[in-house]
Design a protein around this ligand. Structure first.
Ligand SMILES: *[C@@H]1O[C@H](CO)[C@@H](O)[C@H](O)[C@H]1NC(C)=O
Length: 293
C-alpha cells in the first residue's frame, strides 16, 4: 500500500513537472481594473472582493461583457472562469481575442451551456484574414461550473496554443509557408462575454433558454495578460516569466504536451474540421502540421 502510494506520488510529480515545460509561468492574478473594463450593460457586472473577481449576469433583457484596455500583438493571456451553474442551456460564455476589423483575426474559446447535469461543450475557432470555419468541439473532463479553471491562449510567431489548465487542447501552427494566413500584424484585444444564443448553441438550437432560471451568472478572476502592447516590437515585450515569444520551448509543444493533446483529441473530441472530409475533401494544410490527421 505504502509503496503503491509512493509510486503514485512519483507519477504525479513527473506529470506536474512535465506540465511545466512550454507552459508559460503560472499567471499572476491581478484586479479586473488593471487590464480590463466593461464593454456594455454595466449594471449586469458585479465586482467582488475589491474587483479581484467579477460576475457577469445574463437575463432576458441583456447579457454583458468586458474587454482589455490594451491591444496586443502576441502574448500569453489567461482567465479563470467558473461557468454558469445548473441549467445553462442556450447560454454562451466566450473568452476570445479579436482584431474586429473587416479582415479580422480571431482566437475563440466558446463555452456552450446545457441542461442541468448535461455536459458543456467547448468550441474553439481561429480566424485569419477574415476566414474562420475552423471549429473544433470538445467535452471537458470536469464540470466547468463547479470550480474555477484556467483557460489560456499562447500566441507568438510560431504557434497559437489553447490551454485548459495546463493541458493543451488545440494548437494552430504558423503555416504561412503553406499559404495559410497567420495572425502576425493586426493587434487584437481580449473580450469576455456572456450572452444568449439559444438559436444555435445547445443541441443546435433545440434547447431553449429557460428564463425562469435567470439570472445566469458566470464568475471570473485572474485577468492575467503578458502581452506585447501593439506599439511595441516583440523583442521589447515585457514579461513576468519566461520569454514566451521566442524561447525554444514556446516554439513547439514538447513530447509530453503532444501526448496530452493526443489524449484530449482521442477522448474528448466531438467535432474537428480537420477530419471533416465532407466539408474539406482536401485536408487543410495547417491540420497536417498540427498532427491533427
Ligand atoms: C448537452 O447534452 C446533450 C445530451 O447529453 C448532448 O448531446 C450535447 O452535446 C450537450 N451539449 C450541448 C452544448 O448541446
Amino acid at each position: 500500500m505504502a509503496s503503491a502510494l509512493w509510486a503514485l506520488s512519483l507519477i504525479l510529480a513527473s506529470l506536474s513537472s512535465a506540465a511545466l515545460a512550454g507552459v508559460p509561468r503560472r499567471p499572476v492574478d491581478v484586479p479586473f481594473g488593471r487590464n480590463y473594463y466593461p464593454t456594455w450593460a454595466f449594471d449586469h457586472i458585479k465586482y467582488l472582493n475589491g474587483g479581484s473577481e467579477v460576475q457577469l449576469y445574463l437575463d432576458k433583457y441583456t447579457g454583458t461583457g468586458f474587454q482589455s484596455k490594451g491591444s496586443y500583438l502576441f502574448g500569453h493571456f489567461s482567465m479563470y472562469i467558473k461557468m454558469v451553474p445548473g441549467d445553462s442551456a442556450g447560454t454562451v460564455t466566450a473568452f476570445y481575442l479579436s482584431s474586429l476589423n473587416s479582415e479580422h483575426d480571431e482566437i475563440d474559446f466558446e463555452f456552450l451551456g446545457n441542461r442541468t447535469g448535461q455536459p458543456y461543450i467547448l468550441q474553439t475557432n481561429v480566424f485569419t484574414g477574415g476566414k474562420g470555419n475552423r471549429e473544433q468541439r470538445i467535452y471537458l473532463w470536469f464540470d466547468p461550473s463547479k470550480e474555477y479553471h484556467r483557460y489560456s491562449v499562447l500566441w507568438n510567431m510560431y504557434q497559437i496554443v489553447f490551454y485548459v489548465d495546463d493541458v493543451p487542447i488545440r494548437v494552430f501552427k504558423n503555416s504561412n509557408d503553406l499559404g495559410v494566413k497567420y495572425p502576425f500584424n493586426q493587434p487584437m484585444k481580449i473580450y469576455n462575454s456572456l450572452w444568449n444564443a439559444d438559436d444555435w448553441a445547445t443541441r443546435g438550437g433545440l434547447e431553449k433558454t429557460d428564463w425562469s432560471k435567470a439570472p445566469f451568472i458566470a464568475t471570473y478572476r485572474g485577468f492575467h495578460i503578458d502581452g506585447c502592447e501593439a506599439s511595441v516590437e516583440a523583442k521589447f515585450c515585457a514579461t513576468q516569466g519566461k520569454r514566451w515569444w521566442d524561447q525554444a520551448e514556446f516554439r513547439d509543444l514538447d513530447a509530453a504536451q503532444w501526448q496530452r493533446l493526443r489524449w484530449v483529441r482521442s477522448k474528448y473530441t466531438i467535432y474537428n474540421y480537420c477530419t471533416d472530409r465532407k466539408r474539406y475533401p482536401q485536408v487543410p494544410p495547417e491540420c497536417a502540421r498540427d498532427r491533427d490527421i
